[in-house]
Each structure stands twice: as C-alpha cells, then as structure tokens.
Design a binder for this molecule. Structure first.
Ligand SMILES: Nc1ncnc2c1ncn2[C@@H]1O[C@H](COP(=O)(O)OP(=O)(O)O)[C@@H](O)[C@H]1O
Ligand SMILES: [Mg+2]
Length: 177
C-alpha cells in the first residue's frame, strides 16, 4: 500500500509499504501521527504513466501525460517524472469532469492512472491549484495555457456578475421594504 500525508504534494512524503516488515517498522511512527494527517491507499499496478487532465468550470481544458523515471513509481515532476503529450480518450475526459464536479472544484487538475489488474481508470487525486505549462513544456506542445486563462476569466466574470446581481437584488428588496 501507499502511505500519503494529507498535506503533501509533488509526490513528497509518499511511501510505498511493500511488506509486513515495512509496515511493522513504520507503525510506531504512524501511531504517533494524528489520523487526520495521513491516509493509506492500495498500491495500484500501473505502467508508471498518468494523465493530468485540466478542467475549468466543468469544461475540459487540456491533458498531458507524465512518466515516472526508471527508478521511481511516482510520476510527479518533483519526483523526477517527465511530461509528454498525451491525448485523452472520451472516458478519461468524462472521469475528470465528474471528479471535478464531485469535489466542487471550479478549477481542477485531475490525476488519472490505468489500473492494469482491474483494467479500469482510477482517479488518484483532484488538485485545486494545477500548474500552467512552463515555457519548456509549451515547446513540447502543451498549448492550452491561453484556453485555461480564458476559461478562468469567464468563470470569474460569471461569479462576480452573479455576486453583483444578488447584491443588487438585495438592495432593491431593501428599498422596496
Ligand atoms: N495508490 C497508488 N498506486 C500507485 N501509484 C500511486 C498511488 N498513489 C499515488 N501514486 C503515484 O504517486 C504520484 C503522487 O501521488 P498523488 O496522490 O497524486 O500525490 P501528490 O499530491 O504528491 O501529487 C502519482 O502521480 C502516482 O504516480
Ligand atoms: Mg498528484
């Protein structure tokens, strides 16, 4: 299984517990940590690549893949992973949209891997602050920074207009009273 601290990111702190001996060694430490600050997950057998799917306001923005380096099982760039161009199929896009919706995330970067044993996609996490492509990644072909910015601007407009509207209607209501 995989041990995950709840406040970790970039694969930092993630620990694979591969045997009972491993677990026995960790248990005294785990027992000292408040249960709210970590969780454990079944380790999923996958091909060490993932899909990172960006969603803004329920709309698909773009997708790229990340590949773990040969000495690691984590795909995060911070853990030595690398980015590659990856087209998602409809199922992957739908799963990402659904995940963002369930989490109530207006802006989401959904991490998805393919479980080789169960032969199905699995969502690992929904990130609330997904990164923009760096200039080097843009050169690779990750070309949806502008689309993301436009969708975020639309989202802000929509939200602020709504807020103004409801303020206005409150005022009118007060005046009427
Ligand atoms: N249950 C799991 N089985 C296999 N690999 C996993 C599992 N959970 C995480 N990973 C690997 O570790 C990486 C980081 O995990 P994630 O849950 O996304 O945390 P972080 O917030 O650090 O990115 C994933 O991108 C994936 O490569
Ligand atoms: Mg992640």
């Amino acid at each position: 299984m995989v041990y995950k601290p709840t406040d970790g990111w970039g694969g930092i702190g993630l620990t694979k517990i591969e045997s009972e001996a491993n677990l026995d060694m960790l248990l005294p430490f785990l027992n000292q940590i408040d249960l709210r600050y970590f969780y454990v997950e079944k380790f999923i057998k996958y091909d060490n690549t993932d899909y990172r799917v960006d969603i803004v306001d329920g709309e698909f923005v773009g997708c790229y893949g990340r590949r773990a380096n040969s000495r690691d099982w984590r795909t995060n760039i911070t853990s030595g992973g690398s980015v590659f161009l990856r087209e998602p199929n409809d199922e992957v896009i739908e799963i990402a949209k659904k995940s963002a919706k369930i989490c109530g995330a207006d802006i989401a970067g959904v991490d998805i891997i393919y479980d080789l044993e169960k032969e199905e996609y699995v969502v690992l996490e929904v990130n609330g602050i997904p990164a923009f492509a760096t200039p080097a990644q843009e050169k690779l072909g990750l070309n949806f920074n502008n689309k993301k910015i436009d969708l975020i601007v639309d989202l802000i407009d929509k939200k602020t207009k709504k807020a103004k509207k409801s303020k206005k209607s409150k005022k009118i209501y007060k005046k009427g009273k």
